[in-house]
Design a binder for this molecule. Structure first.
Ligand SMILES: COCCCN1C=C(N)c2cc(S(N)(=O)=O)sc2S1(=O)=O
Ligand SMILES: [Zn+2]
Length: 259
């Protein structure tokens, strides 16, 4: 099987061959049509989404051939909002981005694409015994989606962007001794978000993700975005445009926590 990627020959339009769920009923990302999203005070309003992350003392960065990923060892927890009482544990975060600032995010808002999108991946530790056990369950994962727009540098992201040069090739890994507080990667407003039931946006495309996409974007500097674009993917090309375009909403409703 030719390895999946984002080129014409192995990109999102070809994934259905090896991963038929690509045309499933709850695929991600989606275009968020803001006027169609339903404000749902009781489910969402009652218990606010809450993150309780412990700052990492060292981070493991991996160029996995289709993104740059930061593996988390501390036991940060996400709960509340659409997740109810279940506690979801932070496992890793990674990003998707474009070759230019006008594209790169996976979710779009009324058709608008951002320059990049950060994904904090969590698994339901209240119901499952491990990440691998949770990854295929319909309520197994929760991913926070944060839009990224060019602007001032994000200090907390510096530990990743300053090391991209040493992670150039696919498979490269490194451990960096530094404190990283994942809370500081989030927008200042974490009350306003859209949420819906979806999937992984890369193969194996498991339909196991409760998506929480924040309305407020965060800023990264041009240099930080360029650092991402200089990474090299598993085909030896510049890792750019590693985003899946929006999938059909089908019979789903998007909820929002703000009016
Ligand atoms: C057995 O392992 C199956 C896949 C494990 N993962 C791999 C991804 N490519 C991936 C993409 C994710 S995304 N883009 O939907 O956040 S989350 C995620 S993941 O759950 O961390
Ligand atoms: Zn992702």
């Amino acid at each position: 099987m030719a390895h999946w990627g984002y080129m014409t020959t192995n990109g999102p339009s070809t994934w259905g061959k090896d991963f038929p769920i690509a045309n499933g009923e709850r695929q991600s990302p989606i275009d968020i049509v803001t006027t169609a999203a339903e404000y749902d005070s009781d489910v969402l309003g009652s218990n606010a989404l809450s993150t309780n992350y412990t700052p990492e003392s060292e981070v493991k960065l991996v160029n996995n051939g289709h993104s740059i990923m930061c593996q988390i060892t501390k036991k940060g927890v996400l709960t509340g909002g659409p997740l109810g009482k279940d506690e979801y544990r932070l496992e890793q975060f990674h990003l998707h981005w474009g070759a230019e600032d006008n594209r790169g995010s996976e979710h779009t808002v009324d058709g608008k694409m951002y320059a990049s999108e950060l994904h904090l991946v969590h698994w339901n530790a209240s119901k499952y015994s491990s990440f691998a056990d949770a990854v295929q369950k319909p309520d197994g994962l929760a991913v926070l989606g944060i839009f990224i727009t060019p602007g001032v540098a994000c200090n907390q992201f510096k530990v990743i962007s300053d090391n991209c040069g040493k992670l150039k090739t696919s498979g490269a890994e490194m451990t960096v001794d530094t404190t990283l507080d994942p809370t500081l990667l989030l927008p200042s407003n974490t009350s306003d978000y859209w949420t819906y039931l979806g999937s992984l946006t890369t193969p194996p495309l498991f339909e196991s993700v409760t998506w929480i996409v924040f309305k407020e974007p965060v800023e990264y500097s041009k240099e930080q975005l360029l650092a991402l674009r200089n990474l090299v993917d598993s085909d030896g090309n510049h890792m750019q445009d590693n985003y899946r375009p929006p999938a059909a909403l089908k019979q789903r409703k998007v909820k929002k926590t703000f009016t």
